[in-house]
Design a protein around this ligand. Structure first.
Ligand code: ADP
Length: 511
């Protein structure tokens, strides 16, 4: 572990940056689910009121019940509510908000939204529209990285977008090559060329899909690294323009390029690599005059690292960094937006112990992960020291098909990685979610796999070991374990006994 002084680290909440302090009394939340709850909790601690800008489909949610005020901004389809810039701005203004927190996903990396907030007199809690544009566009981000001398995956990002030229570039780069939508994100819009004879058809279909999903048919090419790890650095730019990193996370456990399990810090970095990658992350953020929380993502293969992209927002997996660093990134974002310092240079802050996050999805792990919708029955989280449950839905709420099927994030911290893995398995096994299928059994299998336990997994881990999902195992031992679990978690809670008169059917859907 790198113990280098980062000279940037005492967490002095509330110190002001001279005359630039802006008052924030009410924050509008342009998001939903667990991240909306996360923001509400940070606001509560800071004595700030909240306004939840929600769709018609989200009146049955924890954030709806917790927010100081709620304003419906449109119907369930995201393009009519959560992705509608004007609806969000009008809602925030009507509610008398001073600022907007965009969470992650939806409009969080949309420079036009950040600008629209500014134009409406609202503080956007995030970097400036200029920083978002520069870093959020994958191609201009790569150009900036090149200037900063940060290694990039070999590829082509040129303006000549003719299919002929792209095929030539595929040949020059050498197979396998990945095609990416320039305006893409969230693991979508990527296609892998393994055979030159498929190049034309894959390029054409990538362009078509990119146009319909992201409004632009511009693509770029990268050499596909097939033994890579996904490592990322949390960066933070304070209100006076100083940028620093809060160390790294590893997110190599991915399904279809989307993260499922994340941890801090990475088990794969040497001190030297950590230092080099951390300083590359800080340098690109500094060049973009970055303010607030962001993430610089890299691929690491054969001891070499390559910049992948920069996410100009809070990341889903931010809690693992919070756990090992002892910080509250959402509070830091808000304080920074107010013109207050979240850091000072008087103390050393280094990561301590190990933290893991699992994304809990409403899906059927025995049917290839098909989404599972419906009304949630009894839910019981096995609370305990250094166990954290970030959830947006409770018993009686409905998981709809309109949005991402993530129900919760489970985060644990322990002194070492092996202990954190054991703790996570135990916590997941003791978690009770009735009413929908969940991926708990899938997560437990992944956490127990030797490649995960030893930390050697690459981004192809799931594809290699779990391509067919997992099989149902109704053996006696499982049955006994789950009986004990249901007993412990539900029958011991007096106020929930009525809900579990006959939980077996719904609960067995979990295993
Ligand atoms: P998005 O913005 O859609 O999330 P990214 O560029 O961040 O896309 O990549 C997401 C994931 O896709 C990475 O974490 C990695 O697993 C895989 N990936 C992306 N580019 C490459 C590449 N050149 N080689 C190998 N895997 C890649």
């Amino acid at each position: 572990m790198c113990l280098e002084k980062t000279n940037e680290t005492l967490y002095l909440l509330g110190m002001n940056n001279s005359s630039k302090v802006k008052e924030i009394r009410t924050i509008a939340i342009a998001n939903r689910g667990e991240v909306a709850v996360r923001i509400i909790k940070a606001c509560e601690e800071l004595g700030i009121d909240t306004v939840l800008l929600h769709s018609e489909a989200d009146v049955s949610s924890r954030a709806f019940r917790m927010a100081t005020k709620t304003i419906c901004i449109g119907p369930a389809p995201t393009n009519q509510s959560y992705l509608n810039i004007q609806a969000n701005i009008q809602g925030a203004v009507a509610a008398g908000a001073d600022a907007v927190h965009p969470g992650f996903g939806f409009l969080s990396e949309n420079a036009d939204f950040a600008l629209a907030c500014k134009d409406a007199g609202l503080i956007f809690i995030g970097p400036s529209p200029e920083s978002i544009r520069l870093l959020g566009d994958k191609i201009s981000c790569k150009a900036l990285a090149q200037k900063a001398g940060i290694p990039l995956v070999p590829g082509y990002q040129g303006d000549d977008q003719s299919v002929e030229r792209l095929i030539k570039e595929v040949e020059l780069i050498g197979l396998p090559v990945i095609i990416k939508a320039a305006a893409g994100g969230g693991g979508r819009g990527m296609k892998l060329i393994r055979d030159l004879s498929e190049a034309r058809q894959l390029i054409e279909s990538a362009k078509r899909e990119s146009l319909s999903a992201f409004g632009s048919e511009k693509v770029f090419l990268e050499k596909y690294l097939d033994r890579a790890k996904h490592i990322e650095f949390q960066i933070f730019g304070d209100c006076a323009g100083q940028v620093q990193h809060l160390f790294d996370r590893e997110c190599s456990v991915q399904r279809r390029h989307q993260k499922i399990i994340e941890e801090a810090t990475s088990p794969s970095l040497t001190d030297d690599l950590r230092r080099q990658m951390g300083s590359a992350a800080v340098s690109i953020a500094q060049m973009a005059q970055y303010q607030g929380a962001g993430t610089v993502e890299f691929l690491l293969q054969d001891g070499k690292f390559y910049l992948l992209e920069v996410n100009t927002r809070l990341q889903v997996e931010h809690p693992v960094t919070e756990e090992v660093m002892g910080v509250d990134l959402v509070k830091m974002q808000i304080l920074t937006a107010m013109g207050k310092f979240a850091f000072s240079s008087e103390d050393i802050r280094i990561p301590r112990g190990h933290s893991i996050e699992c994304r809990l999805y409403a899906e059927d792990p025995y049917q290839g992960g098909v989404p599972s919708t419906g009304k949630l029955g009894t839910i019981a989280w096995p609370e305990g020291p250094r166990r954290r449950f970030e959830y947006g839905f409770e018993s009686g709420d409905i998981i709809t098909s309109h949005y991402d099927p993530m129900i919760a994030k489970v985060i644990v911290w322990d002194e070492s990685r092996p202990r954190a893995i054991d703790k996570m398995i135990r916590v997941l096994q003791d978690s009770v979610v009735f009413g929908v299928h969940t991926n708990i059994p899938y997560l437990v299998k992944i956490l127990s796999h030797p490649d995960f336990v030893t930390g050697v997994m690459t981004t192809r881990f799931i594809e290699t070991h779990f391509s067919e999902g997992i099989k149902s195992s109704h053996n006696e031992e499982d049955r006994i374990q789950f009986s004990r679990q249901v007993y412990k978690q539900t029958f011991s809670q007096k106020n929930q006994t009525s809900e579990v008169a006959s939980p077996w059917l719904s609960h067995w859907r979990n295993i």
